[in-house]
Design a protein around this ligand. Structure first.
Ligand SMILES: *[C@@H]1O[C@H](CO)[C@@H](O)[C@H](O)[C@H]1NC(C)=O
Ligand SMILES: *[C@@H]1O[C@H](CO)[C@@H](O)[C@H](O)[C@H]1NC(C)=O
Ligand SMILES: *[C@@H]1O[C@H](CO)[C@@H](O)[C@H](O)[C@H]1NC(C)=O
Ligand SMILES: *[C@@H]1O[C@H](CO)[C@@H](O)[C@H](O)[C@H]1NC(C)=O
Ligand SMILES: *[C@@H]1O[C@H](CO)[C@@H](O)[C@H](O)[C@H]1NC(C)=O
Length: 418
């Protein structure tokens, strides 16, 4: 009788184990099909796994370090800013070129040189903070045996990105690939990025608000679009509200917001030699405008940036009659290069108004981390990734199974002794 019950109990537990095993879902990622070969601009949400110099983050992603700074509204006039050390667990937006490979949008310009003690799981989960999985690394590089990883191998790191034609609900938008953390809720993410649950669900084709750590969501950010001609090198430049972009070989800097979503470009403050930035037949420089109030309205003449063509900065002089004269150009607030990650924000509920990256954070001590960060003690450094969470599930299952076997053994011994 007792043994019969044990058999029933055993099958029940085995069932639980089987269900739990099936329940180890691989993280979801939003995929955008594409047909043409043109690329577009996108952002990656990246959490630093260790302290890194700005230039090191740049080489990790094969991205211009200055463009990382401007994408995060970090002041580039800070002395020796490229050697500034950014703190572990800082959340950054990394601007990337999003290509169309085998009918799917992805970023393929990132390569990683393997170091001693690297594993595919550590490269994926820690170094690239879950933006790629160990399986994707293995596939992209045709690795037969993932347990044997030579040192100094140049791995292609395919990274997720989406563009959706640079629009969201017909308005200009740039998409951030965001790796969901343990403490995230969809409502919290929507609030942090000032979008709606419905919009996030539509963009990511979700049937429910359920998300799990390691999922990669496409988060639309309102942006200022450029309309440079297709032959311009920086064609398709798009700048999210509250940030900057650097273009034309570091000669031109463009900003977006906060007052309106018209792209505004002006000479950059970096010490580089640049071609003329003066509009033809005018004494106006790039970004300059003159206004003349008349009975008909305000006659605004603007010298604006028209794209980087053949190594030349093109300018356009245009005149428009506007109902009212515009006020002075507003700029998104710049922050000092961060040196600390605000611990308070780490424990704040994800839906609380976060110290948004683009917010009026101007003091050097302030954090630029939206309240999404995770402490290394709360989750594995670099955040959970598919393989990491799968591995930890396996560990707990192993523990569970051992406990089960021990329990049954004890029960069995007891029933024998009775
Ligand atoms: C993409 O956006 C442009 C405007 O930016 C629009 O004219 C075009 O129809 C859109 N294409 C698709 C496929 O949505
Ligand atoms: C742009 O950002 C500013 C603050 O950074 C905000 O007040 C404004 O509403 C934003 N505009 C859009 C269209 O999201
Ligand atoms: C024109 O732009 C240059 C560079 O941004 C600036 O130094 C200058 O003050 C501007 N001139 C006028 C008249 O706005
Ligand atoms: C607006 O200003 C430009 C340049 O100053 C001038 O050529 C043009 O005639 C003006 N237009 C109106 C409607 O006043
Ligand atoms: C760029 O330069 C090449 C040769 O220098 C010329 O053939 C081409 O027309 C130029 N393109 C544009 C858009 O000016």
């Amino acid at each position: 009788m007792a043994q019969h019950n044990d058999v029933k109990f055993l099958s029940f537990l085995l069932l639980v184990v089987v269900i739990a095993n099936v329940g180890v879902v691989t993280p979801k990622s939003t995929i955008e099909p594409c047909s043409n070969s043109d690329s577009c601009n996108a952002l990656l949400g990246y959490t630093l796994y260790t302290d890194l110099k700005v230039s090191e983050v740049g080489s990790l992603f094969n991205v211009d370090p200055v463009s990382i700074l401007t994408a995060n509204a970090i002041d580039i006039s800070y002395p020796d800013v490229e050697n500034h050390i950014l703190p572990s667990q800082l959340f950054l937006r990394i601007p990337v070129t999003c290509a169309c490979i085998d009918g799917i949008r992805k970023s393929v310009s990132t390569h990683y040189k393997t170091r001693p003690s690297d594993t595919l799981a550590s490269i994926a989960g820690q170094v690239y903070s879950g933006l790629v999985s160990a399986d994707q690394l293995r596939e992209a590089n045709g690795i037969q045996d993932p347990d044997v990883l030579d040192v100094g191998v140049n791995l292609l790191v395919p990274l997720p990105c989406t563009c959706f034609n640079g629009t969201d609900n017909s308005l200009p938008a740039v998409y951030l690939s965001y790796v969901v953390k343990d403490i995230d809720t969809l409502a919290g993410i929507a609030a942090r990025y000032r979008t709606t649950l419905t919009d996030l669900m539509n963009v990511n084709a979700m049937g429910s608000t359920a998300i799990q750590a390691g999922d990669i969501l496409a988060v639309p950010l309102p942006a200022c679009a450029s309309n440079f001609p297709s032959y311009a090198k920086d064609n398709g430049l798009i700048v999210p509200n509250g940030s900057y972009a650097i273009t034309a070989s570091h000669c031109v800097q463009c900003s977006c917001g906060p007052g309106n979503l018209n792209l505004y470009c002006m000479p950059a403050s970096l010490a580089v030699s640049c071609s003329s930035m003066q509009c033809k037949n005018s004494n106006l420089m790039l970004g300059n405008y003159t206004m003349q109030q008349s009975s008909a309205g305000c006659n605004v003449t603007t010298c604006s940036y028209g794209g980087f063509v053949n190594g030349t900065i093109t300018t356009t002089l245009s005149t428009s009659l506007q109902p009212r004269c515009p006020g002075p150009q507003q700029f998104p607030p710049l922050i000092a290069p961060p040196s600390t990650v605000n611990k308070d924000s780490i424990f704040a509920p994800a839906s609380a108004p976060a110290p948004h990256m683009d917010g009026a954070v101007t003091t050097p001590k302030s954090s630029v981390v939206p309240s999404t960060g995770s402490l290394p003690s709360l989750s594995p450094a670099g955040g959970p990734s598919g393989s990491v969470s799968a591995a930890s599930s396996t560990n707990s299952l192993t523990t569970f199974s051992s406990a089960l076997i021990l329990y049954l053994f004890v029960k069995f011994m007891m029933s024998i002794s009775l």
